[in-house]
Ligand binder design. Structure first.
Ligand code: SF4
Length: 244
């Protein structure tokens, strides 16, 4: 069992040591996914957070039960094969946090570089919780790719809801906001997203105020909860309510 709340920097570090073996990362499957109109998807394991609504909750709670490590070249090659077969032009890594530390960051950047080299007109959608880059702002400079779009999944509308939902200590609430600001300051396309179902309209207004305070100019994307039975059960255990 994991004690809550935890230090997400420590959890990132520990998780990276499990899911990275030299430059290879643990993945549990590769698939064509229907999102964004069709996207080649690599499902990884391991996250800095443990969100109450995570659809990969148990895999991220215990990533060490997976055994298949892939180099960035192997990941890119599997994704490119899926895209070729399905005539997709979009790519992503899902199910986990792609950036846990410098090793997983280098792995990710290499996957993106290989995909853009082999398929220059494609797009990569980087879905991240934005946490680690808020700690290492300097790394955002390395994400200057013409066809890279970065979706920062914010988890709370304030420090308290951030802690309740992610399990991470509340003092880290602003890290993803710092990341968004740094990306925008560098002209890198990035926008915030939030799980609509867990927040009242007033709370969403509060988050918009926080985004304004950081001078972040991007529309907040609102997504819907995938309420699998185990997700509802985990949310109940963690006392996270549906409010919308
Ligand atoms: S940040 Fe995403 S992958 Fe990580 S625990 Fe939360 S929902 Fe799951």
């Amino acid at each position: 069992m994991l004690d809550l709340p935890f230090d997400p920097l420590q959890r990132s570090d520990e998780t990276e040591s499990i899911v990275m073996r030299e430059e290879k990362r643990l993945y549990h499957r590769f698939r064509p996914a229907p999102y964004y109109g069709g996207i080649a998807t690599a499902d990884a394991v391991g996250c800095s957070f443990l969100c109450a609504y995570c659809w990969n909750y148990f895999k991220n709670l215990n990533p060490s039960r997976f055994k298949d490590f892939y180099s960035s070249r192997q990941v890119a090659s599997r994704l490119l094969n899926i895209a070729r077969r399905k005539s997709f032009h979009l790519f992503r890594i899902s199910g986990a946090e792609p950036i846990l530390g410098t090793k997983s960051f280098e792995h990710l950047v290499e996957v993106i570089e290989i995909i853009f080299e082999k398929s220059p007109h494609s797009k990569f959608i980087l879905e991240t919780n934005g946490f680690y880059l808020g700690h290492r702002i300097d790394l955002t400079e390395r994400l200057r790719f013409r066809n890279l779009n970065i979706r920062i999944c914010l988890k709370g509308t304030d420090a308290e809801s951030f802690e309740l939902i992610t399990g991470a200590k509340r003092e880290f609430f602003e890290y993803p906001l710092r990341t968004l600001k740094a990306l925008q300051d560098r002209g890198i396309r990035a926008w915030p997203a939030l799980m609509r179902d867990l927040f009242s309209t007033e709370e969403i207004g509060q988050l918009k105020n926080a985004l304004d305070a950081f001078r972040i100019k991007a529309e907040l994307e609102l997504e819907g909860l995938e309420a699998y039975p185990f997700v509802v059960e985990n949310m109940k255990k963690r006392k996270v309510q549906i409010k919308y």
